[in-house]
Design a protein around this ligand. Sequence first.
Ligand SMILES: NCc1[nH]cc(CCC(=O)O)c1CC(=O)O
Length: 315
Amino acid sequence: MSAVRIGTRASALATTQSRLVADRISETLGREVELVEISTEGDRSQAAGTPLAGAASTGVFVSALRDALLDGRVDVAVHSLKDLPTNAADGIALVAVPDREDPRDVVVARDGLTLGELPAGSRVGTGSPRRAAQLHALGLGLDVVGVRGNVDTRIGKVRSGEYDAVVLARAGLARLGRVDEATEVLEPLQMLPAPGQGALAVECRAGDSLGDELAAALDDPHARAAVTAERAVLATLEGGCSAPIGALAEVVEGEDGEELWVRAVALSPDGALSVRMSATGKPADAEGVGTRLADEMLADGAAGLTAATDKRQNA
Ligand SMILES: NCc1[nH]cc(CCC(=O)O)c1CC(=O)O
């Protein structure tokens, strides 16, 4: 039987994640695997020193891997789940969400400091509107500044003294074997992670029987339920507002069996206004739980968050 070809981006984090999935495939299916590097417009501009920002970059990275899948250059694509757009892609099946890393964000600060120990005016780097808004909301007077590039580049800005701290996904550091460099793990009460953070998405061509094998071998039902709810929150809120959004779901053991617990926040970009809510339900109804939670948030003012900020800024 021919080798299973797994498409990956070239970055250290992407190849580590793809190798993780490759090892699981060869262990569980006993199939030979091969990593195929897919270079994207985003990678090329990053290498040239002009990285694309935020959503623009994610879209490019994801679609290049999906193109390779659709035209048969690879059989499997591995993505960071939080980078996937919420709308489904034609001809592509999300066949597995493997067990999830710790979804929380971490701080990497100079001198081993925590956020609370950083003096007002400290420069904290993040390119994420979600992290920026939640940093502002802490009321510490931090100077939130943009930062781009891969994990190594971002941590480098702290080591060089350019920034006092950066905020990153713990999962990325963990997978790169660099989690010791985190100086604080941020509790979800202070900083809700991005929907899907810490989880991987394994995609195949729709209808390919390999997808069924990978689902059976790699899918973690708890991780799948959690990210399904988080992405339903995101998809529903995206339809009604453009505010930064955080969401985190967990499957916990309740009195009547397993329960899905979801927390979410939508914030004005400056963090001054926010709508924060939680909901519980059955893991089998993950999508419904997330959707209803987001509908409640919209009814409670999430839809007006961006407009409210604009008005204040004009006043
Ligand atoms: N935004 C890019 C990105 N996409 C996935 C991860 C980390 C791994 C993950 O969340 O699964 C990162 C880096 C970061 O946010 O620090």
